[in-house]
Design a protein around this ligand. Structure first.
Ligand SMILES: Nc1ncnc2c1ncn2[C@@H]1O[C@H](COP(=O)(O)OP(=O)(O)OP(=O)(O)O)[C@@H](O)[C@H]1O
Ligand SMILES: [Mg+2]
Length: 265
């Protein structure tokens, strides 16, 4: 069951009278509407960012490549070609390939499907640290492969938590831990910054509203398959804890070995 639904059922059970129920439903409907509107805005922003990135990086490289090709063509026409021109065409084509690879990897890193969460996390954290100048210490237990849904959810939680650390926390250091204890896998992302404003966190924890798409989306993803997202935050930092109970299964998996199956906690 999704988080909003879980939350609603608990609140409905706690509501005493029909009047309370009506006002609860009204509040929930407003929350869902504003979340949907925010989601659409974020989607638009993401598309704008991608369009700008494609235009500014790959677009510019391809324009330079075209100019270089035109000059080469002219050189061939007048019987004067310089091997250095070919080398430059090659370099520009390489640059365009690199730009496209970076953009597509950031959207969905192939490593995640091919080698699993740990490899994708190492790759992502490396790039994030270089781009942001935030030191991220990775402590990843070797727990083997998890179902694709969980690996993807963990990866998105990691991305959003690091993005929040960069945008909001002012922390220069973060710790990322992946552990498995008694069948519960936990991804823990900790910073040492200013913390989430207490009123905002309180509203989000009580009513599921007041935050952006980031926190709500992470919680929604985790609760979708019986996991959970806990947020512990104060003036000395924030800790995002995504956890899910798993059990080993011997067959019927879509992954070759070490496959584990999520069960509702
Ligand atoms: N690590 C953090 N440190 C300090 N404040 C944080 C942190 N993470 C989140 N916050 C606070 O919680 C708010 C909600 O976070 P959330 O990720 O839901 O939305 P957002 O980052 O503002 O926007 P988006 O919808 O693009 O993610 C942030 O605006 C910020 O005030
Ligand atoms: Mg965010």
């Amino acid at each position: 069951m999704c988080s909003a639904a879980t939350h609603n059922v608990k609140s409905i059970q706690a509501a005493a009278s029909p009047e309370e129920l009506k006002s609860l439903i009204r509040r929930r409907t407003q929350t869902v509407r504003s979340l949907c509107a925010r989601l659409l805005r974020v989607q638009d922003e993401e598309r704008r960012r991608l369009a700008r990135e494609l235009h500014d990086s790959t677009g510019q490289t391809l324009t330079a490549l075209k100019l270089q090709l035109a000059s080469l063509q002219e050189g061939v026409r007048v019987g004067r070609t310089d091997p250095a021109d070919f080398a430059q065409v090659n370099a520009l084509a390489d640059q365009a390939l690199r730009d496209i690879r970076t953009t597509s990897y950031l959207l969905f890193p192939p490593l995640l499907d091919e080698r699993g969460f740990c490899s994708a996390a190492e790759w992502y954290v490396d790039g994030f640290s270089k781009r942001s100048n935030i030191q991220v210490r990775l402590h990843l237990a070797s727990i083997g492969r998890l179902p694709r849904l969980i690996e993807t959810a963990f990866f998105r939680v990691l991305q959003e938590s690091l993005a929040n650390i960069y945008r909001h926390s002012a922390s220069r250091v973060a710790d990322v831990r992946l552990t498995e204890t008694a069948g519960i896998v936990v991804l823990d992302i900790q910073d040492y910054g200013c913390g989430i404003p207490a009123a905002l966190l309180d509203q989000f924890t009580r009513a599921g509203s007041g935050a952006g798409v980031g926190l709500a989306g992470m919680r929604e993803r985790m609760e979708d398959f019986g996991g959970r997202l806990d947020i512990i935050s104060g003036p000395s930092g924030t800790r995002i804890r995504a956890s899910v109970r798993i059990q080993n299964v011997s067959s019927g998996s879509n992954q070759s070995s070490g496959f584990k199956h999520a069960v509702a906690a």
